[in-house]
Design a protein around this ligand. Structure first.
Ligand SMILES: [Zn+2]
Length: 186
């Protein structure tokens, strides 16, 4: 059983090998803001709404996902495998903690995944989204992406790029991340 508790760990070993596939996560409902940020960074992250803790643990184990939770009791359950217990203090602190076990900065694919539904984004021709966007947005930007599942459209935007860059730069996530563009949720 791998249950990692943040407190008391002085020199934690990385939970995830950065040369392997990017880590995939499943989070409990307390971590909604963290889920949003992980998706913006490009990490496949589900949120589990079931009230049955054992169902969540079984779902995490069967899917090979790392379970992120702020519930101590959940992390302590006998079924718990590959669980990272995070502080209930907001996404920045949680990202700092998560980065101690998963080298997230090495596997970033910012703005490649829909923050709303977790599915991948694909570039779409500007002319194909004209009818779906406010004119001032369509005229201001040249590059657009569309979610392959929910169909939401995203485009570059500086203010969210700044927010994410600030969070990652100040959160132990690496200062040399190539954050040149950003997406604003439609
Ligand atoms: Zn979507």
């Amino acid at each position: 059983m791998t249950v990692i508790r943040p407190e008391g760990l002085r020199d934690p070993s990385p939970l995830v090998n950065p040369t392997l596939t990017p880590p995939r996560f499943i989070a409990d409902t307390m971590l909604g803001s963290l889920v949003l940020w992980l998706r913006l960074m490009g990490f496949d992250t589900l949120i589990h709404a079931a009230k049955d803790d054992n169902a969540l643990l079984r779902s995490a184990a069967s899917s090979g996902r790392i379970l992120l939770t702020a519930h101590r009791a959940l992390a302590a359950r006998p079924l718990a495998r590959n669980v990272i217990l995070l502080p209930p203090t907001g996404p920045r602190r949680q990202l700092e903690q998560l980065a101690r076990f998963c080298p997230l900065h090495r596997r970033l694919k910012p703005f490649s995944r829909c923050p709303r539904c977790n599915n991948l984004l694909r570039p779409v021709d500007k002319d194909r989204v004209r009818e779906q966007l406010p004119p001032y947005i369509w005229e201001q930007y040249e590059r657009f992406s569309r979610c392959t599942s929910c169909g939401r459209i995203y485009w570059p935007g500086s203010h969210r790029s700044h927010a994410l860059g600030k969070m990652m730069g100040g959160g132990g996530m690496g200062k040399n991340c190539e954050l040149r563009e950003c997406l604003i949720a439609n």
